[in-house]
Design a protein around this ligand. Structure first.
Ligand SMILES: [Zn+2]
Length: 586
């Protein structure tokens, strides 16, 4: 073989190689760019994987560098980065000095709409800053902490592999045979969907019958009465572990929203709870993050489905819950019903039996924060009632799927030779993508409906204001300095009555502080750092605190010609505000 014999040939080769590398990178990066256009537009009628979600978020950080900060707050069970985006005007004040809302989605793997809503809200805020006065004001004065993929491992398996798992991929031995996760469902016919299998049995031994007029419809027979079935319909899969059962030990088995520390219970009382509170990296990361960001004033913990919001109490006897806080929570929830027409209901109503170990329960009892569990996606809202009888029949579902959705959410029954059952047919609805979640075709509309209430919640935060200092010379180079600190928000600076509990350093939500900084002089009277207690908001349910503003004064001495003071008022929940630096002049 002839080697490069001339400098020209060698250069030619190098140029070709550089060209190839450039083409490769151009192709690769243009593929990367496609999810967000140059004006920030995203196709919201689509579900995105964890990698795609991160790609969209990264693109937002490039488009909106002054409004975003994206970083990993931990690693998942499989070691995947748990990404979070801070959204606020980064230029006027640090994010942690503004009241904040924490918004997540996807703790439950199949609840894909919740991740879509969180990402949509992020896009909505970023794309409307500087255009919509409300959004502009919000990002100038508040911070959003948005975590679209609470549980990337599980969400990706639910989305990309159509497996059903409650939340974490952390293996659990559901069938107690000593081997965890050894009998998940399978996509036996390789069509990309895990659907159902049907096979005929002697009359009386089945659970279903075939619809007389349409062979694709299977009707479950009622357990009461004398109906008889001649079909069995079960999930697609084989008996991997040879115990005579199908799909009884699938991926994972924990429920991460039962793994939080407040009111946590053991598995025999609360299934899915895990071995101990915060045993999972995803839940530990959430608690650590919220704990390290005391400016968080509200938690929206996104779920799917049902089309309503679970409110507090979440894991406790409602009669033991502070009734003023309940009144406040009902009031805050009303706006959801007003804007979406959907109900808000307590997560726990039974005095004895509860949902244990939920995030919003921890948020309230341990941090005084009101949290919410929106269950996005009302059932059956997208169909068409073709015959107008007020009900959506199975054949109307099929007609809608065929006519409006290109038939893509139903796999036709196709014969398959099953190792245990012989001749079966595999087919059925893709219920995760049309049922548990909004069909992607209608996803943007579902996301959009959540925005007003989510923005409303953060608008209710406490919000500190500080007056111009009144500086009065009292002779002898001494000055009296007086300021008034007010809360102009709806919530008190303690957020809730629960937040007011405890004293001093052990108070659940810390007092407001007034801090004077003196240059070229010294303090004669008063403490440079004063704890002034809490300030009430305008809501009528806050009984522990009644004063909305407090006046503070100091006496300072001027010791040089350029002596000056600056006063800061700081509240964990109501933000940090400062006066200008003001010269002490005779
Ligand atoms: Zn859920």
């Amino acid at each position: 073989m002839k080697r490069f014999t001339s400098a020209f040939a060698k250069w030619h080769y190098i140029v070709i190689m550089i060209g190839a590398v450039c083409i490769f990178f151009t192709a690769f990066s243009s593929k990367q760019e496609r999810l967000v256009t140059s004006d920030g537009t995203v196709n919201w009628n689509r579900y995105y994987s964890n990698a795609e979600t991160n790609q969209i978020m990264r693109h937002f950080t490039r488009l909106y560098p002054n409004l975003t900060k994206m970083y990993s707050i931990g690693r998942s069970y499989l070691g995947v980065d748990l990404m979070l985006m801070e959204v606020t005007n980064m230029k006027n004040k640090p994010p942690e000095e503004k009241p904040a809302l924490y918004l997540d989605g996807g703790i439950h793997s199949g609840e894909l709409t919740a991740s879509a809503v969180a990402l949509y809200v992020m896009g909505y805020l970023l794309n409307n800053y500087g255009k919509d006065p409300e959004v502009t004001h919000l990002l100038d004065t508040r911070t959003f902490y948005i975590r679209p993929k609470f549980n990337p491992d599980g969400s990706d398996i639910a989305l990309l592999e159509d497996q059903s798992l409650r939340s974490s991929v952390h293996p659990v031995d559901n069938d107690f045979d000593g081997v965890p996760d050894d009998d998940p469902p399978e996509d036996l016919d390789g069509d990309g969907w895990i659907t159902q299998m049907r096979y005929k049995v002697p009359m009386g031994e089945g659970t279903h019958v075939m619809d007389a007029s349409d062979s694709i419809i299977m009707i479950r027979i009622s357990r009461q009465g004398d109906e008889q079935g001649d079909y069995i319909v079960i999930g697609e899969g084989i008996d991997n572990d040879g115990d005579g059962r199908i799909n009884e030990d699938g991926i994972g088995g924990l429920d991460m929203n039962r793994n939080f520390p407040r009111n946590w219970e053991l598995e025999h009382i609360q299934s899915g709870a895990g071995d101990f509170p915060l045993s999972e990296p995803e839940t530990y990361t959430a608690v650590k993050f919220i704990n390290e960001h005391p400016n968080i004033t509200g938690i929206v913990h996104g779920h799917t489905s049902g089309g309503f919001v679970y409110r507090l109490p979440s894991a406790s006897d409602p009669s033991k819950f502070n009734q003023d806080d309940i009144a406040l929570i009902i009031e805050l929830g009303n706006y959801y019903t007003e804007t979406t027409g959907r109900r808000v209901q307590p997560s726990s109503t039974d005095p004895v039996s509860h949902r244990y170990g939920t995030l919003i329960s921890w948020g309230y009892w341990d941090r005084g924060i009101v949290g919410w569990v929106p269950e996005y996606v009302p059932r059956d809202t997208w169909w068409k009632d073709y015959d107008g009888d007020g009900e959506i029949s199975e054949s109307e579902r099929h007609r809608f799927n065929d006519e409006e959705l290109g038939g893509k959410y139903f796999s036709d029954w196709t014969p398959f030779n099953h190792p245990e059952f012989g001749e079966v047919e595999i087919g059925g609805w893709h219920s995760k993508f049309l049922g548990q979640n909004t069909p992607a075709e209608f996803l943007e509309n579902e996301c959009k409906q959540q925005v007003p209430w989510i923005l409303y919640l953060i608008k209710q935060s406490p919000m500190l204001e500080i007056s111009e200092p009144e500086i009065t010379s009292i002779g002898d180079d001494q000055f009296n300095v007086e300021i008034t600190i007010s809360n102009t928000g709806y919530l008190p600076t303690n957020l809730t009555e629960r937040g007011f509990e405890g004293r001093g350093r052990n108070q659940i939500v810390k007092d407001v502080q007034a801090i004077i900084d003196i240059s070229g002089g010294s303090l004669v009277e008063g403490n440079a750092k004063l704890r002034i207690g809490h300030l009430a908001g305008s809501n009528p349910f806050s009984k522990a605190v009644t004063e909305k503003s407090k006046t503070v004064s100091w006496v300072v001495r001027r010791e040089s010609t350029d002596a000056a003071i600056q006063i800061t008022a700081a509240s964990d929940k109501g933000g940090t505000v400062r006066t200008k630096r003001i010269a002490l002049e005779k």
